[in-house]
Design a protein around this ligand. Sequence first.
Ligand SMILES: Nc1ncnc2c1ncn2[C@@H]1O[C@H](COP(=O)(O)OP(=O)(O)OP(=O)(O)O)[C@@H](O)[C@H]1O
Length: 317
Amino acid sequence: MLPGARMGRLFPMITIDRLTKDYGSFRALDEVSFVCQPGRVTGFLGPNGAGKTTTMRVLVGLTPATSGSVTIGGLDYHQIPNPGRHVGVLLDASAQHAGRTGREILGIAAQTMGLPAARVDQMLEMVSLERSEANRRLRNYSLGMKQRLGIAHALLGDPSVLILDEPANGLDPAGIRWMRDLLKGYADRGGTVLLSSHLLNEVELIADELVLIGHGRIVAQGDKQTLLASSKGAATTLVTALDNDALKGALTAAGISVTAAGAGLRVEATPEQTSRVALDARLVLTDLRSGAAGLEDLFLDLTSDSQRDVLDQGASA
Ligand SMILES: Nc1ncnc2c1ncn2[C@@H]1O[C@H](COP(=O)(O)OP(=O)(O)OP(=O)(O)O)[C@@H](O)[C@H]1O
């Protein structure tokens, strides 16, 4: 069943339009615009202090915007009736009452949302919190357990939109894989997911869409495949041949730049172009792969100016 289908009212789309947030004279967000579509996981990436949490806090009405608009299904968060039934939020997994047990925290939320108590057990099972763990007080939870509880809390009301700030934080590798499968399944059923993370490789695996923010400004956004394909290094190839010198000669003769790289060569051409030159020269390749920059390179590339700004500010402070 579609996430949120029982409520069936809110169209699960997040729209952020020229969002600006000033803290005094400091501009934390500068005309930030992007949308999150149903059926897609949107990864929100940026270095520390870039503005991810601030954007999410404005989105769920915890921080007022200075200007611009932020809507979910065309509504301000505060206009959404019984919002937990439409929008699942995990901003700070430690923000719950430390003296309550996990089960109590979910139980109170279920009551507030008008949900049957059985939903609590369902959610605890879904996030693999065992009975003894659910009956422990939050102050005795590990960070990973808090994140699992936070995800259970976000999903409790069967919402059609999920807004998660660093949900993988504190999860072990198995936990990260579990979360990835969970969110992918949720989006595949038509849900909308906005998640922020510093774990670039994780986001590369899970997200369909990417929004990169640096120093309060969006520096790139779009479909993950398109962004990666257009990133620096997309048309380079790492290749190794039985006879690297001969391959280097053939590539150079074809007007393609080549440099030594490890046991092989880095070639300024696509893998297809490279292998065609090798084929024409009747050379045997032992390794051929795209030298396309991963998301990490793209991220560092796109945010280097904003990171330098931050460092410069720190140095002159
Ligand atoms: N209440 C506040 N008062 C003043 N400045 C703030 C406040 N909240 C956030 N900021 C500043 O706004 C900027 C954006 O912070 P934000 O927490 O949104 O970044 P972030 O991308 O979530 O970073 P991180 O990944 O480190 O949490 C930072 O420079 C931060 O210091």
